[in-house]
Ligand binder design. Structure first.
Ligand code: PMV
Length: 330
């Protein structure tokens, strides 16, 4: 039996047009298409080894045994890989994040992208980037955007496309060096988030605004794609703030209501708008948490960092450029 072991590296991504809500929860088919950029400075490294001496999967994350629920989610994903490869062996999974501890930046996107790429290679499967992305999506929706590199569009592949499972995956629309954007993350709370995104996606449809948000996403996505391709920062700034706020409007108005913002979240948002009005190129986006991701061209990033550090309530900041796709370590 050849060795069934492989190691993969994946970067998390920040969505510029958000994925929020599924039209099929089991398949993680999204309610709308989304667009993101990978984050070069953050990485998850995962080693998967299928072994004959194990009678259960073992999962270690950042040198600690994974919780039962995390292990179950990983095992379910490994089952998908085992089914494709027709193997039965259980696996040992060892995963490490380079994210500084306590930043609240832990990411299921890089986790499931790295797990998918490592597990498929360890199982002897040779899948295309598209197929790996499609498979990673089943583990965590946004993980499909961390498989290809740079600026990535995840097509919802909706009813007008036949609703096929097999066309919903991430594709690169521009490589990392297309535009030197930075994400300066203002960490306002490092604690683990109150409601995870899997739970959040299920709540999305309870908001009366979700249908409106989903219906209006193609227009924003098109504006965002055009702004990226033309490197038009003012256009990008407008559309990413609108889109993040549309998602948070849905979060706030669902049952139960998800209100992720802290006072410092709003302080950073207001400051970003004021700086932009004064001519500084910077815009915010916010995921399912209180931290504010300040997107800016490389030229503005030194000033953006300096200004954000001075805002009361900002515990620390973290900066990243645009990253590449997932890859195997030789
Ligand atoms: O992939 P998930 O299930 O963790 O969902 C990600 C949800 C957001 O981060 C809020 C938005 C996005 O598109 O990444």
């Amino acid at each position: 039996m050849p060795e069934q072991r492989a190691t993969a590296i994946a970067h998390p991504n920040i969505a510029l047009i958000k994925y929020w809500g599924n039209r099929d929860h089991a398949l993680r088919l999204p309610a709308n298409s989304s667009l993101s950029m990978n984050l070069a400075a953050l990485a998850t490294t995962t080693t998967v080894e299928f072994r004959s001496d194990l009678d259960a999967d073992s999962v270690t994350i950042d040198d600690a045994e994974a919780t039962a629920s995390a292990r179950e989610r990983v095992s379910t994903h490994l089952d998908r890989v085992r089914a494709l490869a027709s193997i039965q062996r259980k696996a040992s999974v060892i995963s490490r994040n380079n994210f500084p501890a306590g930043t609240g930046l832990a990411s299921s996107a890089s986790a499931f992208a790295a797990l998918t790429v490592a597990a498929c290679a360890a199982a002897g499967l040779q899948l295309s980037t598209d197929a790996l992305s499609r498979l990673a999506r089943r583990g965590s929706g946004s993980a499909c955007r961390s498989v290809p590199g740079g600026f990535v569009l995840w097509d919802a592949c909706g009813a007008d496309a036949g609703g096929e499972d097999n066309c919903s995956f991430g594709r690169t629309i521009a490589p990392p060096d297309h535009w030197d954007l930075r994400n300066v993350v203002a960490i306002v709370e490092s604690a683990h988030k109150a409601a995870g995104s899997t739970e959040g996606h299920a709540i999305a449809e309870t908001s009366p605004f979700q249908a409106v948000r989903v219906a209006s996403t193609p227009e924003r996505l098109e504006r965002c794609r055009a702004a990226i391709l033309a490197r038009d920062f003012p256009a990008l700034a407008d559309v990413i703030e609108q889109d993040a706020l549309a998602m948070h409007a849905v979060m706030m108005t669902g049952t139960p209501s998800l209100l992720y913002w802290r006072p410092a979240t709003l302080a950073v948002m207001q400051a970003v708008r004021a700086w932009r009005a004064e001519g500084l190129a910077v815009a915010f986006t916010i995921d399912a948490g209180p931290n504010v991701h300040c997107i800016c061209p490389a030229e503005s990033s030194t000033q953006v960092k300096h200004l954000i550090r001075a805002i009361p309530g900002v515990e620390r900041i973290f900066t990243s450029g645009v990253g590449g796709g997932s890859y195997l370590l030789a």
